[in-house]
Design a protein around this ligand. Structure first.
Ligand code: ADP
Ligand code: MG
Ligand code: MG
Length: 899
């Protein structure tokens, strides 16, 4: 038979699915013999029945009654009895902690008679009426749906009439009046009296807690934390203890060590003469827990003992809530506490040293996102005041610079040595030079995977995007937030970890972890900071465990060198398009406008030595390691001037009676000819290579000649040639023939044998579905998961992110953007299929991934599970990928629920 209610003495921490985190941990503390006010838990299963059917299970009432009776017998007090009644708290508690998101109702059991019983002892009179006041207020809002502001309004009015600073200064008589007014308010608003029957109070409070699972803020919190919507909450019904019985009472919160830094010791706050809610609500100033040692040394000692036991028992940082009633300590809650990234690494390390956990368990308890946070400089915001605006924390870190409003200005100022923050409504590929030049990028539109965010993360630039309070006036070179205006040149501080923007320069604290990686991740000495030693130890362990190799996406020798220092074993994606920009654009234009083969070849010949130099530098930086060079991918017209700009120039000339520059005319015609409705699905990738004669040959020749140069210089170049956007094996076959022809020719010309593996990106569903055929002509596969996600879902990232992603996230179509974390169900299946069918044909096929997902923790774990050879990500994400690749090998035994 299904049971829906468990006494605290019947459960334990392993039952958090059934009893919720709070209930399971209360039971665990009871099991350990810690002083927990007695009570019982209604299971999440009962809540799920309620959520599915709109009514609790029929047996629930009886089960609650039975457990209540037991509680009453044990305490010798009954619910609702006039003399010294039993009072209860009714507390929500889901599997994953959702602090403050759902309801708790205290002092259930009071009514017009019981309150008198409680107030019989004179020094308890005020306390009794205060408790009743709280009950009517909490029950009135939570259960009966009266607007909470109305209660607050009444309270403020009565305080004013009695010249009281706050409710703590109201006396018993004031409180009696408050209760009466509250009850009138309830009747007036609901047409119903505040229920006097304690059993009815209890029943309705339980249902209200069930219902609060679907409160707006609870849903929002779940979405942010990726907590499933169908878990439901448990309800804990517990004997009340009172911290508001005078100066020998109080309540507080405590941590077994510092959750900000991980330092061992006892940390927390204590508020004398208060109920639990008061400490966290901040209405009165709490004192440091240290002070309790003086106020109540016995309770303090006892508390410290419990904290030590809890930490040893849970083998992790715990946070707790406690109450002292007349010198008697009660434990009200514990859980494995949330912590900062630094503390996560620190605590894991300490617990290993203390022999409480193994190194693998420590590795399971840290994560890539935390590591990324540790790598960026941080602000010391203690004196910064209120932020100017908030947005999406898109790329972590802290940056200070002068506000600029276009890419050119950013480049100009940066070249003059100034630090700048590029502020735009949103960014486009044209802003790239400005983004490179800026310390931070700030946009008023777009989400975590907007152009600005993706590019900034890739480059390790700080980015806050979607700060929608900002109204950006690019022409006027300023932005406004409310009535504050920030003009070009004014200093801003951008906190990409928190998504905050401050006026002026907030002081920075350097990241020692970044310095550690920049120095090649050498073993730290005793003088190095603790956090570096903690990180090093876990990185070492991850590297020893992982099966996945980590490469980097890098297009320049500098990036390649950094990637190498960060631990990359090769380049998984070297894009060549930026090599066609800037000065070189005119050769690309010439190639496009070429009247015949001769002109085109002349243009390509100009590009050849430049490309060769690019590749030589990169191959040198990655000497001895694979460098996967992707042939040109984007449509050629992206390298031509903007259509509108050209059209305006031509029209202006014509209007003023001059003949337009003939080159402008030609370019305009070309742009118009090449214009595409859907460039993403147009003439790009391998298609370009098959349609534009000489392009592939030039690029391959540049690679081959670079290889020769490196060999002659005594190096060990390992270039691989990657063909983008293949959908049919024949496309690859044709390009491959050309590649091999060129390689053979260069070998012949130079006398150096050049052999490069040739492979393809899998970034179209058709490529994945026909991977078995494609593998016949491919030495390697590299999943281009950005495009593969776009083409699988049939949406273009730049268009959808602003348009409907927010609604899709809101309405639960996905709980995380598929551009951020790989969509296992869809894109993931294509990956799995392509891997298995590709390897069937060619067992030695090398398989990797080079999309953004290669640096995303959750996606890395997936790539491990489908047995890829490597992931490739931006240099700054390489340590993250290494760490996650190591964590992916751990079994569930070490893994802990960190939510
Ligand atoms: P949350 O999940 O938001 O932390 P809780 O269920 O912990 O909510 O309840 C809020 C506050 O009510 C707590 O700070 C706790 O101290 C207080 N409280 C809950 N149950 C009791 C009780 N049985 N006796 C005294 N105070 C209680
Ligand atoms: Mg709590
Ligand atoms: Mg692609």
């Amino acid at each position: 038979m299904v049971r829906y209610v468990y006494d605290f003495s019947e459960g334990g921490r392993e039952q958090s699915g059934l009893l919720g985190g709070k209930g399971a941990n209360l039971a665990e503390m009871a099991r350990m013999g810690l002083p927990v006010p007695p009570g019982f838990t209604v299971t999440t299963e009962a809540c799920r029945v309620f959520l599915e059917t709109g009514a609790p299970p029929p047996e629930l009432d009886d089960e609650i009654a039975e457990h209540l009776e037991r509680l009453e017998r044990a305490s010798g007090r009954r619910l609702g009895q006039v003399d010294d009644p039993l009072l209860l708290s009714v507390r929500s508690g889901a599997r994953f902690s959702m602090p403050g998101m759902m309801e708790t109702i205290l002092d259930i059991g009071l009514n017009d008679y019981a309150v008198m019983g409680l107030a019989k002892v004179p020094e308890r009179e005020r306390f009794a009426w205060d408790s009743y006041r709280r009950l009517v207020q909490m029950f009135g809002t939570t259960v009966m749906g009266v607007d909470g502001a109305l209660f607050e309004g009444v309270l403020r009015r009565i305080e004013r009439q009695h010249h009281a600073a706050d409710d703590a200064h109201l006396d018993a008589v004031d409180l009696i009046r408050t209760v009466e007014t509250f009850k009138d308010l309830v009747r007036e608003r609901t047409g119903e009296d505040f229920p006097q029957d304690p059993h009815e109070q209890l029943r309705r409070a339980v249902l209200a807690v069930f219902g609060s699972w679907n409160a707006e803020r609870a849903r929002l919190y779940r979405r942010r934390e990726h907590i499933p919507d169908d878990l439901g909450t448990a309800v804990n019904i517990q004997t009340m203890v009172f911290g508001n019985l005078g100066s020998d009472s109080g309540s507080g919160v405590a941590f077994t060590r510092d959750p900000a830094t991980g330092r061992p010791g006892v940390y927390g706050d204590y508020l004398p003469n208060a109920q639990g809610e008061d400490v966290v609500s901040g209405t009165r100033d709490a004192v440091p827990l240290e002070d309790l040692r003086r106020l109540d040394p016995e309770s303090y000692e006892e508390l410290c003992g419990h904290l030590r036991r809890l930490e040893e028992h849970y083998r992790d940082l715990c946070d707790i809530e406690f109450t002292i009633e007349r010198g008697r300590l009660w434990m009200l809650q514990t859980r494995v506490g949330k912590r900062t990234a630094q503390a996560a690494f620190g605590i894991a390390g300490q617990l290993v040293d203390e022999g409480l956990i193994s190194l693998d368990e420590a590795l399971a308890r840290v994560g890539g996102e935390g590591l990324a946070r540790l790598m960026f400089p941080r602000f010391d915001t203690s004196g910064a005041g209120e932020p100017l605006a908030r947005g999406v924390p898109a790329s972590p870190g802290a940056a200070v610079g002068a506000a600029v409003f276009d890419s050119a200005e950013a480049v100009r100022r940066a070249a003059a040595g100034e630090r700048v923050v590029l502020v735009r409504p949103e960014t486009t590929p044209d802003d790239l030079p400005g983004m490179v030049a800026a310390q931070a990028v700030l946009t008023s539109r777009g989400g975590k995977t907007s152009h600005a965010a993706v590019v900034a993360r890739g480059m390790g630039r700080v980015c806050v995007c979607g700060a929608d309070a900002l109204s950006v006036d690019v022409q006027g070179r300023r932005f406004t937030v409310g009535d504050v205006t920030v003009a070009e040149g004014e200093t801003l501080s951008v906190d990409g970890s928190e998504g905050l923007v401050f006026p002026g320069a907030v002081p920075l604290v350097d990241s020692v972890v970044m310095r550690y990686f920049e120095n090649g991740g050498r073993r730290p000495g005793p003088d190095d900071e603790q956090v570096v030693r903690d990180v090093h130890r876990l990185m070492e362990r991850a590297d020893a465990l992982r099966r996945l190799e980590v490469r980097a996406n890098a297009d320049t020798p500098e990036d390649a060198e950094r990637a190498r220092r960060f631990g990359a074993r090769g380049i998984g994606l070297c894009r060549t398009e930026h090599m066609f920009l800037g000065e070189r654009r005119r050769y690309v234009e010439a190639m496009i406008l070429a009247g015949g083969a001769e002109e085109r070849e002349a243009a390509l010949a100009e590009l050849l030595p430049l490309q060769r130099a690019d590749f030589t530098g990169i191959l040198a930086a990655m000497d001895g390691l694979p460098v996967t060079i992707r042939l040109l991918d984007p449509p050629l017209h992206e390298f031509l001037p903007d259509h509108t700009e050209l059209a305006v120039r031509v029209a202006r000339a014509e209007a003023s009676g001059r003949a337009p520059d003939p080159r402008d005319g030609e370019l305009l015609a070309a742009v118009e000819r090449m214009r595409e409705q859907n460039p993403m699905l147009g003439l790009r990738g391998v298609r370009l290579g098959l349609v534009v004669p000489g392009l592939v040959a030039m690029q391959v020749r540049a690679v081959a000649e670079a290889v020769v140069e490196r060999v002659r210089a005594g190096g060990d170049p390992r270039a691989q040639i990657m063909v983008p956007l293949v959908g049919a094996v024949t496309e690859l076959h044709l390009v491959r023939e050309e590649v091999e022809r060129v390689l053979a020719r260069v070998s012949e010309e130079t006398g150096v044998r050049v052999e490069c593996p040739v492979g393809t990106m899998i970034e179209l569903p058709r490529a994945a579905l026909t991977a078995g055929r494609i593998a016949r002509d491919a030495d390697f596969f590299s999943f281009g998961t950005n495009d593969l996600t776009q083409t699988t879902w049939g949406f273009s990232r730049d268009d959808v992110e602003a348009e409907f992603f927010p609604a899709y996230l809101e309405r639960g179509v996905f709980d995380v953007s598929p551009f951020e974390t790989l969509d296992r169900e869809g894109v993931g299946r294509l990956v799995e299929l392509a891997v298995s069918e590709g390897r069937e044909v060619r067992p030695e096929l090398e398989v990797g991934v080079c999309g953004e997902h290669g640096g995303d923790p959750e996606s890395v774990r997936f790539f491990h599970s489908v047995d890829l050879d490597y992931v490739s990500c931006s240099p700054f994400r390489v340590p993250v990928a290494r760490l996650e690749a190591g964590r992916a090998t751990l079994s569930g035994a070490e893994a802990t629920d960190t939510r």
